[in-house]
Design a protein around this ligand. Sequence first.
Ligand code: SF4
Length: 209
Amino acid sequence: MPQPRILKITEIFSSIQGEGLRQGEPTLFIRFAGCNLKCSFCDTKYAWKQGHPYSVSQVLDEIKKKKQTYPAQWICLTGGEPLVQDIADLVRKLKKEGLKIQVETNGTLYRTLPVDWYSVSPKPNEYDCRSEYREKAMEVKIVVTQNLDLESIRRLREMFPEKTPLLLQPQSNRKWSMELGVKLLEQSLRAGVQNIRLSVQLHKIFGLK
Ligand code: SF4
């Protein structure tokens, strides 16, 4: 008899979506364990560890339980990097539950999945990104790291169509990063970079997960 697929998960929780254009919307979260990158500025390094083993049906049971007290319409699959693992079966079943699916990815991996919202955040120094996201990304989050400059922003603007917003997201809402974000926004405007805006991690301001 085939064994059920086991997913490695760091945590399952409910909160608001704190980042990007869906900011403020009630959302259920599955944080997958593991990431194919190791960014020095990562604010979820705890998700690099092994995580807890869950079968797909155990995840679904947990989500159904959470939905009883927090009936959010959206679920966000995040990490770590959620696409390191084969999440196709889970995504299809979450969809059958009527949930809208958001995937937060660093953009280096792609799987064909029935996803409603890809939030793509390519990472320095290479800012590598799979070509599929050129059309599929609903937003591109750029973490304002110490080395972020206008050239990298321009590169990212060229990588995605102008209709896709670029969001400058300060690194963990730190003051230096916010100040740099404002400076880079002004530089970008003067350089003719289109559809770019400032952002913030709203959940941290509210003291939420
Ligand atoms: S890609 Fe994201 S989750 Fe992975 S190490 Fe970088 S910041 Fe952390």
